[in-house]
Design a protein around this ligand. Structure first.
Ligand code: GLP
Length: 242
């Protein structure tokens, strides 16, 4: 695992956007795994700037979703599909035909999860998976004590994650869906390159457990230690407990 400490979130965003741009120059049809949350926004902004400047071509790029709420209609503004369309696909000029994600509205959620794992594999696998991290060390929505070998499946959010995510639902915890679909940790580990971005002091404990703690299900992100090509990009504040 490579740990890169940058001055701030913008510098982290630029570094990762450049890695994505280089990947797309090498492999124009690359499959980019993207994450939601506030942390990756500087990455998407920096990559969009490169596209607008003509420094990278996204016309053949493909995008894969990491996780999704169960039960939110796909066109709900806070479904992760909608969020990614707004924050990633539209700015980068990538159409929904080049997007893949799990169906959070499926009648048979388990079948939808298995179908998504098959879809990812059939697409040739994720080339670069961008990850944020929860304050409890979760990646995607793999909450603490998720199996390190898990596949895409339904999960129940912890109280802490419900509280953390209430800000996207008018601050009202009652509106946050309790169930989610997430790529499993085993699924995530199949991506060729994992890039985790963490910024701000609130992530310092989770970053320390990820980088310096034992590989353990209590900190799902620590599974990155098992990956042959994992990069953890942290700003000074998130690195403060290393
Ligand atoms: C959610 C997402 C994660 C994300 C986390 C952190 O739980 N499912 O993928 O990493 O939020 O969000 P933020 O970056 O806003 O702190």
């Amino acid at each position: 695992m490579e740990v890169v400490i940058v001055a701030d979130a913008e510098a982290g965003g630029e570094l990762i956007a450049e890695a994505m741009a280089q990947l797309l120059r090498r492999k124009p049809g690359a499959l980019l795994g993207v994450a939601t949350g506030s942390t990756p926004l500087p990455v998407y902004r920096a990559l969009t700037a490169k596209v607008e400047a003509g420094a990278v071509d996204t016309s053949r790029a493909r995008v894969a979703q990491l996780d999704e709420y169960v039960g939110l209609p796909a066109d709900h503004p806070e479904s992760y599909r909608s969020v990614l369309r707004r924050q990633v696909l539209e700015p980068l000029g990538i159409g929904m035909d080049a997007f893949m994600g799990p169906d959070g509205t499926a009648g048979d959620v388990q079948a939808a999860c298995e179908a998504y794992d098959r879809e990812l594999a059939a697409a040739g696998g994720v080339d670069l998976q961008l990850l944020g991290i929860g304050t409890d060390g979760h990646i995607g929505f793999n909450e603490p004590c998720s199996s390190l070998a898990s596949r895409t499946r339904i999960k129940t959010l912890t109280e802490q994650t419900l509280r953390d995510n209430a800000r996207f639902f008018d601050g009202d915890i009652a509106q946050v869906p309790h169930h989610v679909i997430t790529q499993g940790i085993g699924t995530i580990l199949e991506a060729r390159h994992l890039v985790l971005l963490a910024t701000g002091e609130g992530k310092a404990d989770a970053v320390a457990a990820t980088v310096e703690g034992p590989v353990a299900a209590v900190c799902p992100a620590s599974a990155l230690q098992l990956h042959p090509h994992a990069t953890v990009v942290v700003d000074e504040a998130a690195a403060s407990k290393l």
